[in-house]
Ligand binder design. Structure first.
Ligand SMILES: C[S@@+](CC[C@H](N)C(=O)[O-])C[C@H]1O[C@@H](n2cnc3c(N)ncnc32)[C@H](O)[C@@H]1O
Length: 275
């Protein structure tokens, strides 16, 4: 709230509405909110939850890569834009799309059904080289050899469920109990990022959003892994239209982490549109 200087009458764009925690806080401060969310099930729940705010909340059931297009069409400039990247607890726990390695679900991993390829398609149909590159981009260790191993396993039986992927990771790496969770998180994350084009979407959004910020308007991005954070840090620094306000990323306090352990890896960076 402070970084975006939300006040009565501000126009705030929430690029990642989710369950509407941030948006509701903006609305309570009297802002008008344009919110983007591409997951169909989240939209249904959040629209019902926030309906009391009426016209102060405009919801767009599309990707945040269209923020510039929507604002320019309406000839608007935003006072603040927020991107709170990645998955929501709702998607992890209730989507049934295979985001968690702790539940046996179909290997889907699409945040939006508009996306064509599922994790299952990607794991079973990509070439060994493509798979190796996807894993390498996600900083998975020994990516090329692991890709080769996946290809040998899928020839016998295609991977269909999350637990199939968990078994492949266990059989290839034989990780210790202590390391297993981190490794699984890294592999699942690498596949999810690819299925949802997360880095491409972020790159485009970071490039286009400054065009629809008023001078003095702010862009705040919360990221949850180093690939995204590095992209935010570099893009903010290189963009001449922006003044970086956070030399170091803002991290959650120990108290916040205790209350909400999923916040532990969050990093917030903020930049201001120069005049
Ligand atoms: C970390 S959650 C946001 C939680 C939200 N700030 C709240 O208070 O509930 C990220 C949300 O962004 C959505 N999302 C991710 N990438 C998106 C994109 N390219 N366009 C629109 N929504 C996206 C996800 O579906 C998810 O609901």
């Amino acid at each position: 709230m402070e970084w975006l200087r939300v006040e009565r009458g501000s126009l705030i764009v929430d690029g990642t509405l989710g369950m509407g925690g941030h948006t509701e806080a903006f609305l309570k401060r009297g802002a008008k909110v344009y919110a983007f969310e591409w997951n169909e099930d989240s939209l249904e729940v959040v629209s019902e939850r926030l309906k009391e705010y009426g016209d102060n909340l405009q919801v767009f059931p599309i990707s945040f890569v269209y923020i510039k297009e929507v604002l320019q069409r309406e000839r608007l400039l935003a006072d603040g834009v927020l991107l709170d990247l990645g998955l929501s607890s709702f998607l992890i726990e209730r989507s049934g799309r295979g985001f968690s390695f702790q539940k046996d679900e179909p290997l889907d991993m699409r945040m939006s059904l508009e996306l064509k390829l599922t994790a299952e398609d990607l794991l079973n149909r990509s070439s060994e080289k493509e798979l190796g590159e996807i894993l390498k981009r996600g900083e998975v260790p020994r990516a090329s050899s692991f890709a080769k191993y996946i290809c040998s396993v899928r020839k016998k039986k295609p991977l269909a469920k999350t637990f199939d992927l968990v078994s492949v990771v266990r059989d290839f790496y034989h990780p210790s109990k202590k390391k297993e969770k981190d490794l699984l998180a890294l592999v699942f994350q690498a596949i999810r990022i690819e299925v949802n084009h997360e880095l491409e979407n972020l790159e485009r959004a970071l490039r286009e959003i400054p065009e629809v910020l008023r001078s003095g308007g702010r862009l705040a991005v919360i990221s949850f892994h180093s690939l995204e954070d590095r992209m935010v840090k570099r893009t903010f620094k290189e963009d001449e239209r922006l003044l970086v306000l956070t030399k170091k990323p803002v991290r959650p306090s120990l108290e916040e982490i205790r209350e909400n352990p999923r916040a532990r890896s969050a990093k917030l960076r903020v930049a201001e549109r120069r005049s």
